[in-house]
Design a protein around this ligand. Structure first.
Ligand SMILES: [Zn+2]
Length: 694
């Protein structure tokens, strides 16, 4: 039975670039959409930029432009990046749209009318200079637990403690530097407890139907056990967002209108006339509570709370349909670690595209993605090997090895029929891959890719066993050769049909070569016979290790590039994608000022018993006194005693670290890549111990 399904990806925040963490999610949903369409379903695929919030307001201010100009520029960049990754939305909107404003108001008014809204005064830190309330991430101060300076208002990055901004010692506003004061303001709340019974039954029903992963359902149960507190949905001016109707100076918190943005994007698509079967009336039918259509969200594991509690509650409170499924994925790691700007593994989508083919990453991610919340590791070596071995070696090679013989000996025409054994062989392979339809739907892409690779292995073994290159020399085996080439190219076609959702651009070139463009999986049931195919042109080339190295190098460089975004730290907000914080590849001068860099004179430098990497330094740091620092540079300086008396540069305010050999009180700076390639920094003559480096 064909189904009608609205599919969304989490909305990228309009304050940063699309990076590979986002790509995981958009590729995951795009593959799903393509596969469901090839299975015969009607799918509407929409997304939008999440364009509201304090971060965007302040960044626009800093750049001297309006928030609208800022989000327009980012929108253009985001849509180009996603499109070039083969992620093709029917409509990609922005939450800062009149349609979204209208829908947000409609939902809000319904919540109010049904008695789900309450208001009460809230005490919050306020920046008296900038005249604004400060979100937690815009307040810094000394950690009340470990006394590290310059920690955020919600958590300490040094000791990991969480607290509220009012607990900070000597707090200051990141916006103006002023000391915040406590100020009271009226806030609006949605009474989530009203929806507890409803959400519990929705959870059970969805889990049973496969619309919620069990890990997600368990998380929800924990939250229920804690009790659902009312949700603060208002923010005071100045704020970039939608003003709350009849409440001058009060704005909807970005998380209110962000998910509404899914429906607003769909409404705009319905009203655009771009899809004949859609229209304004269709939208209303789609969103009514008893709709038999499906609404499927793809999100990262950092925003489960918003999508499985607030969002269904808001929809139900406004008598609208609830989500059919919330599909959650893990974060992207690179080479087993969190994406890192300094290692060059925080890769922007555009930087990847400058060096490598989008389908390569799509294929690798598909081979890693399962239906769980497990993180997905981009192992760069495995990425290269898998693309070269599977895509080029096992798939494309079937066509490149056989096409020439078909053109030379049979005028490029496939045989009209296949003998019984070849037909049976094809039928068995096609039947095996039919299982992939269900695997795609269950988002077990990794299992689908394994099945496809198995059939590719079988196809390659068939070609190797029958050696068409030998047969071609023997006139008496002409008919046999035609069978072998026809079956081999049908293997290739079969693999192409099932790989098409994952590698759409390469598959399109392959179909051009085959002279057809099947858009249903069912096309794979019947082999292609009696038809002429086009001369073979290269479909995919092997990855050269140097392309990956160049991408990593360019990602390191983009850290320093001055034309990139400078933004305050992002507040927790609806940006999906996960796998590393969204944010600026550059830092502000304030970030630099957090580092207390000093010149010091080496008093003692010696090897450390039991360590083959470390040297122990004692430094004269002038007015800071003496410092002991362990530094992992022994490979570069095998004669440590020679360092005594020279100057070094070190970070004086790095939190002391207790090591097996003693406490290390800072970090000495050196240039180079590590191992023997390390060179200590020096200061020109005249720099006294303790002199600050600025
Ligand atoms: Zn701390």
């Amino acid at each position: 039975m064909p189904r009608e399904i609205l599919v969304t990806s989490a909305l990228p925040y309009a304050n940063g670039r699309i990076h590979l963490g986002h790509v995981v999610e958009h590729v995951q949903s795009d593959i799903w959409v393509r596969a469901m369409r090839m299975a015969g379903h009607t799918v509407h695929y929409v997304c939008a930029d999440d364009a509201h919030g304090t971060s965007i307001m302040l960044r626009a201010e800093k750049e001297g432009i309006t928030p609208e100009a800022l989000i327009d520029g980012v929108w253009t960049e985001h849509t180009a990046d996603l499109r070039d990754f083969g992620v093709i939305y029917d409509h990609y909107s922005s939450t800062h749209s009149e349609t979204n404003r209208g829908l947000t108001y409609r939902i809000w008014r319904a919540l109010e009318q049904n008695g789900h809204v309450e208001s009460k005064p809230v005490k919050q830190l306020f920046d008296p200079e900038r005249q604004m309330f400060l979100p937690d991430r815009f307040i810094k101060g000394e950690c009340p637990v470990c006394h590290s300076k310059d920690q955020y208002g919600d958590a300490c990055e040094v000791c990991g403690s969480t607290y509220t901004p009012t607990d900070l010692i000597e707090p200051y506003s990141v916006v103006s530097g002023a000391t915040p004061i406590q100020k009271e303001s009226l806030h609006f709340f949605v009474k989530l407890a009203d929806f507890e019974a409803l959400l519990k039954s929705w959870l059970e029903e969805r889990r049973a139907a496969g619309g919620l992963q069990s890990e997600v359902a368990n998380k929800l149960k924990e939250w229920f056990a804690d009790g659902l507190r009312s949700w603060d949905v208002s923010r005071d001016a100045p704020y970039f967002g939608f003003e709350i109707p009849d409440q001058s100076g009060k704005y909807f918190y970005v998380w209110v209108d962000a998910p509404v943005g899914y429906l607003a994007a769909f409404k705009e698509l319905c009203e655009s006339g771009r899809k004949q079967e859609l229209g304004p009336a269709h939208f209303e039918r789609f969103v009514r509570a008893e709709s038999d259509t499906e609404m499927v969200h793809f999100i990262g594991k950092d925003i489960i709370y918003f999508h499985t509690l607030f969002w269904p509650a808001m929809l139900h409170g406004a008598s609208l349909r609830m989500p059919t499924a919330v599909n959650v994925h893990g974060f992207l790691t690179v080479d087993g670690a969190k994406m890192s700007k300094s290692r060059g593994t925080f890769v922007n989508a555009r930087t990847y595209l400058d060096h490598l083919d989008a389908d390569y990453l799509r294929y690798y991610l598909a081979s890693m993605l399962g239906p769980t919340l497990a993180d997905i590791d981009l192992d760069l070596k495995a990425f290269e090997e898998r693309v070269n071995s599977h895509l080029v070696g096992k798939w494309v090679n079937i066509a490149s090895r056989c096409a020439g013989f078909l053109h030379k000996n049979f005028d490029g025409k496939l045989a009209d029929t296949l003998p019984q054994t070849a037909r049976a062989r094809y039928g068995a392979a096609a039947a095996r891959l039919e299982a992939c339809a269900a695997l795609y739907e269950a988002r077990d892409y990794a299992a689908a890719m394994r099945a496809i690779v198995e059939v590719a292995d079988e196809a390659n073994a068939y070609v190797a066993d029958h050696a068409p290159w030998t047969m071609a020399k023997d006139e008496s085996r002409h008919a046999e050769l035609h069978t072998v080439l026809t079956l081999a190219l049908n293997y290739f076609r079969l693999l192409t049909i099932w790989l098409a959702p994952v590698v759409p651009a390469t598959a399109a070139r392959a179909f051009e070569f085959l002279g057809e463009a099947p858009n249903r999986f069912t096309a794979a049931r019947t082999p292609l016979l009696g038809q002429g195919i086009n001369p073979f042109k290269t479909l995919a080339t092997r990855i050269d290790t140097r392309q990956i190295a160049a991408m990593i190098e360019a990602s390191k460089e983009s850290m320093q590039s001055p034309d990139l975004q400078t933004a305050p730290a992002p507040q927790p907000s609806p940006h999906g994608g996960g796998g590393g914080k969204l944010g600026p590849p550059t830092i502000s001068i304030d970030d630099f000022a957090r580092l207390d860099l000093r010149v010091a004179k080496v008093l003692v430098c010696e090897p450390v018993d039991g360590s083959d990497k470390l040297l122990r330094f004692e430094l004269d740091a002038g007015d800071l006194g003496k410092r002991q620092i362990f530094s992992g540079i022994k490979a570069a300086y095998p004669e440590p005693a020679k360092l005594v008396g020279r100057n070094v540069v070190f970070i004086a305010n790095l939190a002391p670290r207790k090591m097996r050999f003693g406490v290390s009180e800072g970090m000495i700076l050196s240039a180079g890549t590590g191992g023997t390639d390390l060179f200590l920094l020096d200061a020109d003559q005249g720099a006294a111990p303790g002199a600050p480096v600025k």
